[in-house]
Design a protein around this ligand. Structure first.
Ligand SMILES: [Zn+2]
Ligand SMILES: [Zn+2]
Length: 130
């Protein structure tokens, strides 16, 4: 529950650290994640927002989320790596992209969300579908 999670971008300019939040890790297949990651989905690990620290160099892109709420995407302005995602609907948490973890083996997706937006060439990556 109090596991310390660290990570950062490809070039090393942006580093972050935080505590794991005990809610499911998930894979998101929404169009925003497809556009931002350049792939079929994103891999999100939830951290406790109050515990979260990140280099001030991190840039934030604001957009409207699936329910019309402001959503914030954090990225490195130098190498462009996607690092964080945060929704104004859930103030207690911030998500980090599993690909940015120092130890990506700590990530284990428990479910997919927005699987209805999954591309046919990515459909085999949907997890936990009911
Ligand atoms: Zn970078
Ligand atoms: Zn998404």
């Amino acid at each position: 529950m109090t596991e310390r999670i660290t990570g950062g971008c490809k070039c090393g300019l942006v580093r972050y650290a935080g505590t794991r939040l005990d809610v499911p890790m998930f894979r998101c297949h929404c169009r925003d994640c497809q556009h931002l990651t350049g792939s079929g989905h994103s891999e999100m690990m939830p951290l406790v927002r109050d515990s979260f620290e990140i280099s001030s160099a991190c840039k934030t892109y604001e957009m409207l989320g699936g329910s019309g709420n402001p959503t914030f995407s954090g990225f490195c302005p130098n190498c462009g790596a996607q690092l964080t995602r945060r929704s104004s609907l859930m103030d207690d948490r911030i998500y980090v992209h599993a690909s940015s973890l120092d130890d990506p083996r700590k990530y284990n997706p428990e479910k997919s969300i927005y699987q209805e937006s999954a591309q046919s060439w990515d459909a085999t990556s949907v997890v936990g579908q009911t």
